[in-house]
Design a protein around this ligand. Structure first.
Ligand code: ARG
Length: 456
């Protein structure tokens, strides 16, 4: 019991179980120990603890860490309100009265904020690495497909031909922005609230610089009231996970399309697909569907906690305890989704020839024909109109663009010549692209090289 003095009854058992966060904040066990190690070392530096007392506390905390990791000590949620009180109580069992000095100049309010900030820094950083691993895998797959032609879409209508590598590189860019968001989260969390006490600092001469430095925080918070009641870094983390999951969900959706009988473009390895209990022929992309499905939960976590925060007066309110489950869930879901997405690409078989024939002479080359007319001096709007007629003609004849004759084209415009017909050859479609950032295979290969250098 952390506050016995003014109470004549202990907390009702049902109330304790309702309010206990131990079942999930046990995740913060290591961070809590780190924070207590730093705090007690600082208390010794300013002479509030003797060296011996600090030493006793340190070895007690290290013992708790070991016992926990080796499953010798397992705190019971029916007995403790949170990981902080569970550790303090066990410390007392291990080292006796000296344990009572650990909480000097500290509140669980600055303690839990410090724990969660450390956890956020560690996990945002690890997520950056996990995202990099997926980027590397996408680059690996892309490397072999700078000339693999697929239809590019707008409005899910065939628009212009692109390469599979180009398509994957779009995701590599998205993932890079996801890492930048993680770095932002990390920087936002990199501020120490320790020494802010319950809400208004301390009358004890706590050395905040020392604890911040010991724990690797970049600086100290400048306003205790804000520091205690700030969970913006949690919201930023939840949001970063949401945007990241949204990207993975879009890629999942594409994998589901690519593996369909309609696309016949991708086959996933058997070890990342499932069958049907009824239909023997089925091979389903369940993992992609699950990533897509789980993205909804991660968005819900972000919105849920934003709603929790909405009308909380300064500073600490117990509502804050509701920050942990959504955060841990989103981070865990995002981690595992990134890993599973990478697995799906590892054994992926790509039918590189799938669209070569189909896109030869396809209407998706129409824009190139309009550009060709522009280079002959035709104003673009007129060129667009003329090519519209070309497409209409092919549609009435139920043929592809490359099945039209020069005579037929010349009835639409006398400007068309043999070189216009060559545009309908799909094999040169990509290399004709001139602009930076386009699917020109040379540019794509250059991008791949740059990414390989960047990702190491
Ligand atoms: N379990 C609490 C939380 O997660 C720890 C802080 C409790 N502080 C308090 N004043 N009751 O927020």
């Amino acid at each position: 019991m952390l506050w016995g003095g003014r109470f004549s009854k202990s907390l009702n058992q049902k109330a304790l179980e309702f309010s206990s966060s131990l079942s999930f904040d046990v995740t913060l066990m290591e961070e809590d120990i780190e924070v207590s190690l730093a705090h007690s070392a600082m208390l010794a530096e300013i002479g509030i603890l003797t060296k011996e007392e600090a030493q006793q506390i340190h070895s007690g905390l290290e013992k708790i860490r070991n016992e926990f990791l080796n499953e010798i000590w397992k705190p019971d949620p029916a007995q403790f309100e949170d990981i902080h009180s569970a550790i303090e109580s066990h410390l007392k069992e291990l080292i006796g009265e000296t344990a009572d000095k650990l909480h000097t100049g500290r509140s669980r309010n600055d303690q839990v904020a410090a724990d969660l900030r450390l956890w956020t820094k560690k996990n945002a950083d690890q997520l950056k690495n996990t995202i990099t691993e997926l980027q590397k895998q996408l680059i690996k797959t892309a490397e072999e497909h700078s000339e693999t032609i697929i239809p590019g879409y707008t409005h899910l209508q065939r628009a212009q031909p692109i390469s599979f590598a180009f398509h994957l590189l779009a995701y590599v860019e998205m993932l890079e922005r996801d890492k930048q968001r993680m770095q932002f989260v990390l920087d936002e969390a990199n501020v120490s609230p320790l020494g802010c006490g319950a809400l208004a600092g301390s009358t004890l001469p706590l050395d905040r610089k020392s604890t911040a430095q010991k724990l690797g925080f970049a600086k100290n918070s400048a306003n205790a009231l804000d520091a205690i009641s700030d969970r913006d870094f949690v919201l930023d983390f939840l949001n970063a996970c949401s945007v990241g999951m949204m990207h993975l969900s879009r890629l999942s959706e594409e994998i589901i399309l690519w593996t369909s009988q309609e696309w016949k473009f991708v086959r996933l390895s058997d070890d990342v697909t499932t069958g049907s209990s009824l239909m023997p022929q089925k091979k389903n992309s369940d993992l992609a569907e699950l990533i897509r499905g789980k993205s909804g939960r991660v968005f819900g976590n972000a919105f849920g906690f934003l709603s929790t925060m909405k009308s909380l007066p300064l500073s600490y309110n117990r509502d804050f305890q509701e920050d942990k489950e959504p955060l841990f869930d989103s981070v865990h879901t995002y981690f595992t989704s990134l890993e599973v997405m990478r697995l799906m690409f590892i054994g992926m078989e790509i039918n590189a020839e799938r669209f070569t024939e189909e896109l030869n002479g396809d209407f998706s080359l129409a824009t190139d024909l309009a550009d060709w007319l522009v280079l002959k001096g035709v104003p673009f709007r007129q060129a667009h109109h003329l090519v519209g007629e070309v497409v209409k003609l092919a549609e009435t004849k139920k043929c592809k663009l490359n099945q039209l004759t020069l005579d037929e084209l010349n009835k639409i415009s006398a400007l068309f010549d043999e070189s216009a017909l060559q545009l309908f050859d799909i094999s040169s479609a990509l290399s004709r692209k001139k602009t930076f950032g386009s699917p020109n295979p040379e540019m794509v290969r250059e991008q791949i090289l740059l990414w390989k250098k960047k990702l190491g």
